[in-house]
Design a protein around this ligand. Structure first.
Ligand SMILES: [Zn+2]
Ligand SMILES: [Zn+2]
Length: 177
């Protein structure tokens, strides 16, 4: 199991503020994250817990993006303590035996464990500077930089080309003056 893939859960949640406006949105987000099975049981308390988790994960990305690696790691360590892993071997749906990180706990707890283990694996494998926030103002969506030369600055192709167009126009303005 490649734990770093779980870090995508953190990105999905940090960028999913609009999904956390109500239970319907939360169910959508859980479906998108491959956790749709439990979505029907999502409650208002789960929604509150997911909002709180989102704020904590955003703070990790903000610290990493600002180059404050110690703070990002301290925040991740605090999350690791609050959301301990209870691994279980599972073989549902005819799949071969594989690890699930958490079977117990509420929706947000399970989600948190996936995010936090994923981020912990990613920053120890690749580095804290692999967590970023989009440079194309005012976007600031989170992303994981898995490029070979740590060159990623934008959340998406769309933001990258928007930023390129803006930079081109700025250059042209300077030339015109
Ligand atoms: Zn499974
Ligand atoms: Zn962006």
């Amino acid at each position: 199991m490649d734990l770093t893939t779980y870090a995508e859960l953190a990105v999905l949640l940090v960028n999913g503020a609009d999904r956390l406006e109500g239970i319907a949105g939360l169910r959508l987000l859980l479906g998108e994250s491959g956790r749709g099975a439990r979505a029907a049981r999502a409650t208002r308390a789960d929604l509150e817990a997911m909002r709180a988790l989102r704020a904590e994960l955003l703070a990790v990305f903000e610290s990493a993006d600002a180059g404050d690696e110690d703070d990002a790691v301290a925040r991740l360590n605090a999350l690791l303590i609050r959301h301990p892993v209870h691994p279980q071997i599972s073989g549902h749906d005819g799949q071969r035996w594989h690890l699930h990180l958490n079977e117990d706990g509420g929706i947000a707890d399970q989600y948190a464990v996936g995010c936090v283990m994923g981020l912990a694996a990613l920053v120890t494998d690749l580095g804290v500077d692999r967590l970023g926030l989009c440079d194309a103002a005012p976007c600031r969506r989170a992303f994981l930089d898995t490029s070979s030369n740590r060159s990623r600055r934008y959340c998406s192709e769309r933001c990258a080309s928007r930023a390129n167009v803006a930079a081109y126009r700025a250059r042209k303005r300077r030339v015109a003056v």
